[in-house]
Design a protein around this ligand. Structure first.
Ligand SMILES: *[C@@H]1O[C@H](CO)[C@@H](O)[C@H](O)[C@H]1NC(C)=O
Ligand SMILES: *[C@@H]1O[C@H](CO)[C@@H](O)[C@H](O)[C@H]1NC(C)=O
Ligand SMILES: *[C@@H]1O[C@H](CO)[C@@H](O)[C@H](O)[C@H]1NC(C)=O
Ligand SMILES: *[C@@H]1O[C@H](CO)[C@@H](O)[C@H](O)[C@H]1NC(C)=O
Ligand SMILES: *[C@@H]1O[C@H](CO)[C@@H](O)[C@H](O)[C@H]1NC(C)=O
Length: 385
């Protein structure tokens, strides 16, 4: 009898505990006062980047700045402002997926104030849609070229490190870059062992936000006022494709002087890694994973030859924070999107050494003379407004 009552009590308590834990999310909302350190009103757009230098374009155009109180934030910079009449919070998270996730999780404690989250930053990208060559056939391809300063807009991302590979299987072709790395698992490895590998769960609001940004960035009026590539970027592109041409025998027609192209989530998404890689085998793997991820999300039929590999370090952190927050607070379904502007290529120019065998050329460019980073940041940020 005593035992029975104790059990009943335990069951009741457990029940109560469960109820309590369901009603009180572990990440609790900040008080209005805490939020109003930087958020002035509901309907605020959060503009995020990694490096505090990156939001320069926003910073140059803001009014009514409300800086966060020193010591009140894990984000290196965070302030509220008005940009083109819209309430915004401009934030740098610091580099890497962990910093991005921590900083966004902090912001989400003020979710009641947030209309949408727009991430922008630079990235490495394939120099053509579908790359210059695709293992295992490795025929030189004359696909549409990708320019430095071009932009990818997608609410999807995937974790490139989500596979198992041995060095000898992954690098078996060296120095022939016509080699598809062998690996176990892949994006499909999203499971209890790996956690989330692919962030492509369908979300109407985020797709709409991406569509809206793509449409605005391609609109002839805004397109006309987009910043153009500067002379060192044009020089870089022309030398890159010239040297590629010498190695493949094909001629390419990159439109170096023109305003940048805007690619959407059907042909690109960020493949996040903290490993600064270059080389055709990794470029191929990223394109393959992206094709699988976009097909899974949207029922498309893309292959590695339809995709642009986009390599950067934060999207999965942003996505993980957002997905987990939605899980614990179903009413905070905040649209978000990742905008990446390309500042590098994922492989150097190539040379065919025998039928189907390829090597990377030396392509050494002095960063200080070629990287017009302000242009890339500006170009990328410009797509976000
Ligand atoms: C915000 O405050 C920090 C630290 O005092 C300062 O470095 C930064 O320039 C300020 N930002 C703005 C936009 O006022
Ligand atoms: C859940 O989200 C709603 C809508 O954004 C917000 O008003 C509320 O404060 C959030 N609750 C918590 C505990 O974060
Ligand atoms: C995808 O393309 C392949 C090859 O062209 C074709 O066999 C397959 O039926 C297509 N699948 C879908 C879902 O369209
Ligand atoms: C190159 O290799 C491919 C596949 O191994 C073969 O089909 C093709 O005939 C070869 N071309 C030449 C010119 O040897
Ligand atoms: C491009 O190729 C030319 C001719 O081989 C070479 O002199 C030049 O250094 C290459 N460009 C770069 C940036 O490496």
């Amino acid at each position: 009898m005593k035992l029975g009552a104790a059990c009943l009590l335990l069951i009741l308590q457990t029940g109560i505990l469960q109820l309590t834990s369901a009603a009180t999310p572990l990440i609790t909302a900040a008080t209005n006062q805490e939020c109003e350190d930087v958020f002035t009103k509901t309907g605020t757009t959060v503009l995020m980047s990694a490096d505090p230098d990156e939001p320069e374009f926003y910073t140059a155009n803001v009014e009514d700045v409300r800086n966060s109180t020193a010591g009140s934030t894990v984000c290196p910079t965070k302030y509220g402002a008005t940009l083109l009449g819209q309430p915004v919070v401009i934030v740098a998270s610091g580099e890497g997926q962990l910093n991005a996730a921590l900083c966004l999780t902090e912001l989400l404690r003020c979710s009641a104030y947030i209309k949408e989250v727009i991430w922008s930053g630079t990235a490495g990208a394939s120099s053509q849609i579908g790359g210059a060559i695709t293992p295992p056939a490795c025929v030189a391809e004359n696909h549409q070229t990708v320019g430095l300063g071009d932009v990818c807009v997608s609410p999807f991302s995937l974790a490139w490190e989500c596979f198992e590979a041995s060095w000898s299987d992954a690098c078996k072709g060296f120095p022939d870059v016509c080699s598809a790395p062998d690996y176990d698992y892949g994006p499909e490895a999203t499971n209890a062992d790996y956690g989330d590998c692919v962030y492509n769960r369908f979300d109407d609001a985020s797709l709409e936000l991406a569509d809206e940004i793509v449409a605005a960035a391609r609109d002839p009026n805004s397109y006309a006022s987009m910043p153009r590539r500067g002379p060192t970027t044009q020089q870089y592109m022309s030398e890159y494709f010239g040297n590629m041409s010498a190695g493949t025998g094909l001629s390419y027609s990159p439109n170096a002087a023109d305003a940048a192209q805007v690619f959407d989530y059907t042909v690109c998404m960020e493949t996040t890694s903290l490993y600064y890689w270059t080389g055709v085998p990794w470029d191929y793997l990223a394109r393959l994973f992206e094709a699988q991820a976009v097909n899974q999300a949207l029922g498309l039929n893309q292959t590695a030859e339809d995709m642009i590999a986009v390599t950067a370090e934060e999207a999965t952190g942003i996505s993980a924070a957002m997905y987990h927050y939605r899980q614990i607070n179903g009413s905070a379904d905040i649209p978000f999107v990742i905008i990446r502007g390309f500042s590098d290529y994922t492989y150097p120019p190539l040379t065919q050494t025998a039928n189907g065998s390829w090597q990377a050329q030396e392509f050494n460019v002095d960063d200080s003379t070629t990287n017009e980073h302000t242009y890339y940041f500006t170009r990328t940020a410009y797509s976000g407004v």
